[in-house]
Design a protein around this ligand. Structure first.
Ligand SMILES: NC(=O)c1ccc[n+]([C@@H]2O[C@H](COP(=O)([O-])OP(=O)(O)OC[C@H]3O[C@@H](n4cnc5c(N)ncnc54)[C@H](O)[C@@H]3O)[C@@H](O)[C@H]2O)c1
Length: 245
């Protein structure tokens, strides 16, 4: 299961998991991009809003019906709207919308998939958080950051709770990734973009394929002893005090 499979990290993950042999359910709120992704990877497209409990229940029921089991759940759909900014200016409706899409969706997804994985006695859940869950930023996106902190803490707790049932739950924390989500944000404000880029030791953003490679690792048995982790794939950003010139 890949949510937000129509674009960016989700699309790269759908491609990578399919090439590794998975049958991929491509979920997106955008029907056209979900279908394009599913067609490309030979998977199943499902249009769904990950903030709607009925939709989330339906995507997992459909996957179970179609394929008989669910091995991997990648809860990746997320938003980062420009109106989510400093706490001094961010409106309550924006705060709530970001919490719904980025955090409540992960709660709903985990709640919906766990019964299938418990039945099978195995599974890997990967919840996409962000490096901003572990670092503070003066170019604030207050609700986004708080939502990702929530994803991180919830994933840790579920990883611990279900560890003896063969179900692993990890929070994947990417650094800045070259996707439409980030490109839109940076196009809106080049100065803030530059302020962020200077902190990345590698001096560049990640490519979606690099995040997909980490997802494939967390999804498969090579990571069989890794659970409840904050899995940073961030080009060294969270370890840096100063960066190379
Ligand atoms: N791009 C980055 O720099 C970066 C860094 C760290 C974490 N992340 C996280 O990675 C995840 C994917 O980001 P991306 O950069 O690939 O974004 P993206 O905008 O390229 O793709 C997100 C996808 O999610 C879908 N989506 C949005 N709301 C949805 C909803 N309610 N229901 C179903 N689908 C919905 C969109 O239609 C889109 O296809 C997000 O959780 C994001 O916060 C991104």
């Amino acid at each position: 299961m890949v949510t937000g499979a129509g674009s960016g990290i989700g699309l790269a993950a759908a491609r990578r998991l399919a090439s590794d042999g998975a049958r991929v359910v491509c979920v997106d709120i955008n029907t056209a991009t979900a279908e394009a992704a599913a067609n490309e990877v030979g998977g199943l497209a499902v249009t769904a809003d990950v903030t709607a409990p009925d939709d989330v229940a339906r995507i997992y029921a459909t996957a179970d019906e179609q394929y008989g089991r669910i091995d991997i759940a990648l809860h990746n759909a997320g938003i980062s709207p420009p109106e989510d900014d400093s706490i001094l200016t961010t409106q309550l409706d924006v705060w709530r919308r970001v919490q719904e899409v980025n955090l409540t969706s992960v709660y709903l997804g985990c709640q919906a998939v766990l019964p299938y994985m418990r039945r099978a006695g195995k599974g890997s859940i990967i919840n996409v958080a962000s490096f901003v869950a572990v670092m503070g930023s003066a170019t604030s996106q207050v609700s986004y950051t708080a939502s990702k902190g929530g994803v991180l803490a919830m994933s840790r707790e579920l990883g611990v709770q279900f560890a003896r049932e063969g179900i692993r739950v990890n929070a994947l924390c990417p650094g800045p990734v070259n996707t439409p989500l980030l490109q839109e944000l940076f196009a809106a404000d080049p100065e803030r973009a530059q302020r962020r880029l200077v902190h990345v030791p590698m001096g560049r953003f990640a490519e979606p394929t690099e995040i997909a490679a980490a997802i494939a690792f967390l999804a498969g048995d090579d990571s069989s002893f890794i659970t409840a982790s904050e899995f940073l794939v961030d080009g060294g950003i969270s370890a840096a005090y100063t960066t190379p010139l």
